[in-house]
Ligand binder design. Structure first.
Ligand SMILES: Nc1ncnc2c1ncn2[C@@H]1O[C@H](COP(=O)(O)OP(=O)(O)OP(=O)(O)O)[C@@H](O)[C@H]1O
Length: 208
């Protein structure tokens, strides 16, 4: 479960944000909608402990995540969070499968090739595992990002515009897969987007 309360953040005195409180239980999904520039990525990066709030707090599975060192934040991110970034940030020298296995390595876990292959099968890119990520289409890269985010069975999955580069058919597929896979591992799923196609896919919604 993830909750946030009274979160505030500023890039500068002119650019200040107050975010609505959120709560997303295990196996549940929450959609955060907002137009471009409303602070969706900023909010997601606060939830992902990549940015530090000026005020307010975040709890994951009942633990309050304030006053942590940078190492502690990095460890929580690697072990408890699955993050699907707006841009995938793959290591271009590595193959698709090695990019996926890298998240096991960074969390200090055993590299689980079987799980990577299973997820690739489920997400429909099993034929591409030995390619370089640069050889994949945007939609394929999006699905590899989802597999990478699921590898350590995170408590919380945070997805930034996971469907923005996808056509209607792939948009539907990716959201179904994300909801199914996160529910299977018992995670909370938080999606930020401006993609109006997702409005009917999530009963729980917050607007920025
Ligand atoms: N590092 C930064 N320094 C200063 N201002 C920033 C920084 N990052 C983002 N901003 C500003 O903060 C605002 C919110 O940015 P953010 O990326 O969170 O919005 P968004 O809702 O995700 O937008 P989009 O849908 O276009 O990705 C924007 O006006 C942006 O210019």
């Amino acid at each position: 479960m993830i909750t946030s309360k009274n979160l505030r953040f500023s890039y500068s005195p002119q650019k200040q944000f107050s975010f609505p409180d959120i709560a997303c239980n295990d196996k549940e999904a929450l959609l955060i909608l907002g137009q471009s520039g409303r602070g969706k990525t900023t909010f997601l990066h606060l939830l992902a402990l990549l940015l530090q709030p000026d005020a307010g707090n975040i709890q994951i599975s009942g633990h309050t995540l304030s006053g942590l060192s940078s190492t502690e934040r990095t460890n929580i991110r690697a072990k408890s969070l699955g993050i699907i970034y707006q841009r995938a940030h793959f290591v271009s020298a590595l193959s698709v499968i090695d990019n996926i296995l890298l998240s096991n390595y960074l969390a200090g876990n055993k590299q689980d090739k079987e799980k990577a292959s299973y997820l690739a099968e489920q997400l429909g890119f099993a034929d591409h595992l030995n390619k370089k990520t640069t050889q994949l289409s945007q939609g394929e890269q999006q699905r590899v990002s989802i597999a990478r985010a699921l590898m350590n069975n995170p408590n919380v999955i945070l997805a930034d515009e996971p469907t923005s580069n996808l056509d209607d058919n792939n948009c539907q597929k990716v959201i179904e897969l994300l909801k199914k896979q996160s529910s299977l591992i018992g995670a909370s799923l938080v999606v930020v987007t401006h993609d109006q196609r997702l409005k009917d896919e999530f009963p729980n919604q917050v607007f920025l």
